[in-house]
Each structure stands twice: as structure tokens, then as C-alpha cells.
Write a protein that binds this ligand. Structure first.
Ligand code: ADP
Length: 584
């Protein structure tokens, strides 16, 4: 007996929860509520589970079920306290955030319509309004779900419920309700001066939520800006304007009321364009009837717009295209604001760039300075070591045995290596600056090549390599020491990256106004993709070097307006080319 009572009560509870869930889901935005509702729907699921348990003749689950429900309900209510209270009062951020746009729109239209209905019904009775609604329902099917309640108010609840099922678009809703609103205003205007209606409408529209105010823009433009002026015209003047301003989607009725609801079928931009076109057509007539005061009037109407609408309209900047004389001050501020923003953005960009450059320059300078200090600090003790080593080797500090001599010879070699490295390091600060200080003189290419060969011959011989040169007599002007260093770097590489018994050939030929120097080897070669990188500072292959030799060479050659590049085949060898301007 208890079991059956429990099942029935649990079943009722579950159905109620399910019903509430679906109702809430229809009205409010799904994305916010989805998980909330999923958690709520767990309760009926729990119930199903309890049924299974009862079936398995365990009564505990059925007893626990109501207890669970109460627990979950309490926690949900606590968690959503603010949300629920704001939903109930239809105020607050949560409410606006959660309400779906189309429902919010229906409610806004309902409010504005009811405001008018309240004013109109004492004047001609509710019947005329019911007729009007019927007429509108014929044109817009969905309005059949709206009715005038016993409290003489327009009710839209039914529509709210069906809107999802019927899939009515928000634009269609705006169109239908605008139709209704326009007719209501027309009815009201038969009894009350339009100026008064205008004022009341501004107040009502001003209360509309920011999210949907966009759908009241056409209403504001036509009803609040231009219609008050047209309504001031005489009968035949209205007729004239009606004919001239015949634009698809816009229609002026014989009282001067503008009907524009079909415009909702167009895109936002197009609606604004249509308004501008309409204004342009009415313009000559209104100027003729009202003279310059027309400008003032229309400007005044624009300025009097409620601020939510104004914000929306000014956001699009379409007021810049309004005819001359209308809203001039606003145009200027709008334009200067845009200009100002643009200028600010430009400046920000420039500043960012400048800052970046500054940071880079600072870092580069720091790097260079650091290397400079280290190199100098190393150079001084190294010179002392070298001097003592020389003295020792020359037996000026006492006689040496064979082994000692041999070890000192090795030391001398390493000292030389270190000295070269430090000299290279000292050149780093100048690698990136491009502009080397050149001590120029005129000399023959042969001179430097001979010097280089003399210097490196020993190492080549050790590797049993053949080192040859074939140099024409070519005079060039440049920093002899530096150019010698550049070519020496290339030649030492050729020796370094060529196996024992290999061949290295240095050639220098006249090539028009230039001297073309080749350094050829039949060494290990360089991969194609590395050919561009080898001239970058600190780039090294597998050779275990520091990666400065070629970067320095390139910098020196380019400071002489020359060119340097390499050609190579892996396993076959490499050829380095240097081109320098020669003197004839
Ligand atoms: P380092 O020799 O100290 O590594 P370089 O700037 O002189 O630095 O050379 C950069 C890289 O270019 C070398 O590591 C090497 O891989 C490659 N390279 C230079 N010359 C040759 C050559 N003649 N044959 C093969 N590879 C070379």
C-alpha cells in the first residue's frame, strides 16, 4: 500500500519537474540553462531507477527518492536564489541575460502596445482594438496567438509558448508587431495631437532593453524623426510627398502616418539606406513647405531620441550621410572622434615599434659590449702567456729537453688558436653594423693572396693538401688588412673542411670592372639549404667552429660594396666567390 502511494506521488513530482523544465527551457536562453536543466532532469531519472529497485522488491530506494528531491530542490534554490528572484521580478542582469531575444522582443512590443491600448480604449472602447488585432492577425498568422484579455490588455503568452515550435523569425515578429503598433498609433492620433504621442513614445521606447533596441530603429527613424514633420503638412501636400516618396517597403497613408513594417525584410544597412533615400525624396517638399526650419526640426527630433536608440543609431555612423544641415554638430564630433581614435591607434603602433627597436638596439648594444669586455679581458693575459711561451721556447729562461720543447710547441699552437678566436670575437660588434671603418689603400690582389698562402701553407701541408694559386695582376682599392682577413677566413675553411690529400685552388681573374676571386676545394661540401645560412653569425655545421669566420668575411666584402657567395656539392667540394671592384 505504501509502495503504491509512493510510486504515485513520485510520478506526479517527476511530471511536474519535467513540465517546469520544458517551460523554462522555452522562454529562456538555452545555453545558460542547458546544464542547469540537465541536472534537474536527473530527478525523474532517479525516480525511474527507484521503480526498478521496487521491482526488485527493495523499498529503500522508493523511500529515499522524496528525500533526494527535497535535498536537491533546496540546494538548487539556494544556488539560484539571485537568479530566481531576478527572473521573477523580470529585472536585473540575469533576467536580461537569460531571456531569449525573441521573447524579450515580444514582451517589449507587448508593453509598448499595452501602453497605447490603455490610452485608446477609454476613447473608443476595446472593440475597435480587437478589430484591429483581428485585421493584423489576418496579415500575420502568428498574431492569432495574441488576444485582448479581460483586463483589456494584449496578451502574448500563447505566442511565447508556440514561438519555438513554429520557428518564427525575429524579423518576422518585428514586422507583425510594428504593423500592429503603427495601426494603434494611427488610431490614437485621430484623438490626440501627434506631438503628445511622440513624447509618450519616446519615453516608452527609452525603456527598451539594449539587446533588442536594434529592432526599434526603423520605428524610431520613421515614427519619431520624420513622421511628426509630415503630419504637420496639409492634405494635398501629404499627397504630393506620398507620390514622390514612393519607395518599396515604405508607404505614407493619407493622414501622414508612415508605414514601414515591410522594411524588416531587409538587412540593417539596407534599412538605413532606405531611410536616407526616403528622406532625400521628401526633402525638396519639406524644404518648400517649412523652409530652413525643416533642418532644425529634424535635428531637434534626432536629438530628442531616447538615449538607448541614439547610441544604437550613432554606433553605425550612418548619420554622417544625412543631408547637409541636419545634425551638423554631431557629424563633426563623430568624425573628429573617429579621426582621434584612428590617430591614437596610429600613434600606439608607432610607439610600439619605436619601443621594440629601442629594446632590440639596447640588447644588441649590451651583447656587443659584453663580448667586447670578455674579449679584451682575455686578450691581455693571453698576450702575457704567449710572450712567456715564446721566451721558454727560445730557451731564454733555461735549457729544455725534447719533450718539454714538444709540449711547448703544442701550447704555442693552442695559444694562436685562442688569439684568433679572440680577434674574431672582437669583430662581432662590427658584424651587424655593416659600416666598418676602412683604411683604404691601393694594392694588388696577388699581394694578399701570397700572404695568406704563406700563412696557411703549414696547416695544408700537415693535411697533405695541395694548395695552389693562379692570380692575375689586378689592382683594387680597399682595406688591405681586412680583405686579407676575409679571404683568409675562406681559405682556412677550405683547408679545414677538406680531407687529407685534398686540393685547394685560389684564383683571381679580371671580370669587366671587377676582380673575381675563387676559392675552390674538393672537400666535404655544403648542403644546398645551408648555403644561405653559413654567412650568418654563429652558424656552424659539424666542424665544431664558432661560426664567425664567414660572417666576418661577408661583412668586410660588403663594406667594400663587393659580393660574396658560395656554390657547393656535398661530397664533391665547394667554391667560394668574392667579387670586388677593381682599379683600371
Ligand atoms: P666555423 O668554420 O667556425 O664553423 P664559418 O663561419 O667559417 O664558421 O663557417 C660556417 C660553416 O660553413 C662551417 O661550420 C661549415 O659547416 C661551413 N663551411 C664553410 N666553409 C666550408 C667549406 N669550404 N666546405 C664545407 N663547409 C664549409
Amino acid at each position: 500500500m505504501i509502495g503504491i502511494a509512493l510510486i504515485i506521488s513520485n510520478l506526479i513530482l517527476s511530471i511536474i519537474i519535467f513540465g517546469i523544465g520544458i517551460k523554462v527551457y522555452q522562454v529562456y536562453r538555452r545555453k545558460y540553462l542547458f546544464w542547469f536543466l540537465v541536472s534537474l532532469f536527473l530527478i525523474p531519472m532517479l525516480f525511474l531507477y527507484s521503480l526498478i529497485e521496487i521491482y526488485n522488491s527493495s523499498i529503500y530506494m522508493a523511500l529515499l527518492y522524496p528525500f533526494f528531491i527535497i535535498l536537491i530542490e533546496i540546494s538548487v534554490i539556494f544556488a539560484q536564489k539571485n537568479l530566481l528572484s531576478s527572473l521573477r521580478t523580470e529585472e536585473g542582469k540575469e533576467y536580461r541575460m537569460l531571456l531569449k531575444e525573441d521573447i524579450a522582443l515580444i514582451r517589449a512590443f507587448e508593453k509598448v502596445s499595452n501602453y497605447l491600448i490603455r490610452k485608446i480604449s477609454p476613447l473608443i472602447g476595446i472593440k475597435s482594438i480587437e478589430d484591429l488585432l483581428e485585421d493584423a492577425s489576418e496579415k500575420y498568422e502568428f498574431l492569432k496567438n495574441c488576444y485582448i484579455g479581460i483586463d483589456e490588455r494584449l496578451e502574448t503568452n500563447l505566442l511565447e509558448e508556440k514561438i519555438d515550435i513554429k520557428g518564427i523569425k525575429i524579423e518576422k515578429l518585428s514586422e507583425g508587431f510594428s504593423y500592429l503598433l503603427i495601426k494603434l498609433i494611427d488610431l490614437y492620433a485621430a484623438f490626440v495631437p501627434y506631438e503628445k504621442i511622440l513624447e509618450e513614445m519616446r519615453k516608452e521606447i527609452g525603456k527598451i532593453d539594449k539587446r533588442i533596441v536594434k529592432f526599434f530603429i526603423p520605428f524610431s527613424l520613421f515614427k519619431l524623426i520624420i513622421e511628426p514633420i509630415i503630419r504637420k503638412c496639409k492634405g494635398d501636400e501629404i499627397k504630393e510627398i506620398r507620390i514622390a516618396a514612393d519607395i518599396e517597403g515604405i508607404y505614407i497613408n493619407k493622414n501622414g502616418g508612415i508605414e514601414f513594417y515591410e522594411l524588416y525584410r531587409y538587412e540593417d544597412d539596407k534599412i538605413q539606406m532606405k531611410f536616407l533615400k526616403f528622406l532625400e525624396r521628401c526633402y525638396p517638399f519639406l524644404i518648400r513647405y517649412f523652409g530652413n526650419s525643416f533642418y532644425e526640426e529634424i535635428t531637434k527630433n534626432f536629438r530628442a531620441l531616447p538615449s538607448n536608440v541614439k547610441e544604437e543609431i550613432y554606433k553605425h555612423g550612418f548619420i554622417k550621410s544625412l543631408p547637409k544641415g541636419v545634425l551638423e554638430e554631431e557629424k563633426i564630433t563623430l568624425m573628429s572622434r573617429e579621426k582621434l581614435i584612428k590617430e591614437l591607434i596610429d600613434r600606439k603602433k608607432k610607439l610600439e615599434e619605436a619601443y621594440k627597436r629601442l629594446a632590440e638596439a639596447k640588447l644588441d648594444k649590451m651583447k656587443s659590449k659584453f663580448i667586447d669586455i670578455i674579449a679584451h679581458e682575455l686578450k691581455t693575459p693571453l698576450t702575457a702567456i704567449k710572450t712567456y711561451n715564446d721566451l721558454l721556447m727560445k730557451e731564454k729562461l733555461g735549457k729544455l729537453n725534447k719533450l718539454q720543447k714538444e709540449k711547448l710547441g703544442k701550447m704555442a699552437k693552442n695559444i694562436d688558436k685562442l688569439t684568433n678566436l679572440i680577434n674574431d670575437m672582437l669583430q662581432i660588434p662590427t658584424i651587424d653594423t655593416k659600416e666598418l671603418e676602412l683604411r683604404k689603400e691601393v694594392f694588388y690582389v696577388e699581394e694578399i693572396i701570397k700572404n695568406i698562402v704563406e700563412e696557411v701553407e703549414g696547416i695544408a701541408r700537415e693535411k697533405r693538401q695541395v694548395l695552389k694559386y693562379d692570380v692575375d695582376s689586378i689592382a683594387i682599392e680597399g682595406d688591405k688588412k681586412m680583405l686579407e682577413k676575409a679571404i683568409k677566413n675562406i681559405v682556412t675553411n677550405a683547408i679545414k673542411y677538406t680531407r687529407e690529400g685534398g686540393k685547394i685552388l685560389i684564383k683571381a681573374k679580371k671580370d669587366g670592372k671587377f676582380a673575381h676571386i675563387y676559392i675552390q676545394d674538393n672537400g666535404i661540401g655544403i648542403e644546398k639549404k645551408e648555403l644561405e645560412k653559413i654567412f650568418e653569425p654563429f652558424y656552424t655545421g659539424d666542424g665544431g667552429g664558432v661560426g664567425l669566420g664567414l660572417a666576418i668575411a661577408k661583412n668586410i666584402v660588403e663594406s667594400h660594396d663587393g659580393k660574396i657567395w658560395a656554390e657547393s656539392k656535398v661530397g664533391k667540394g665547394s667554391t667560394f666567390h668574392v667579387i670586388l671592384r677593381r682599379i683600371e
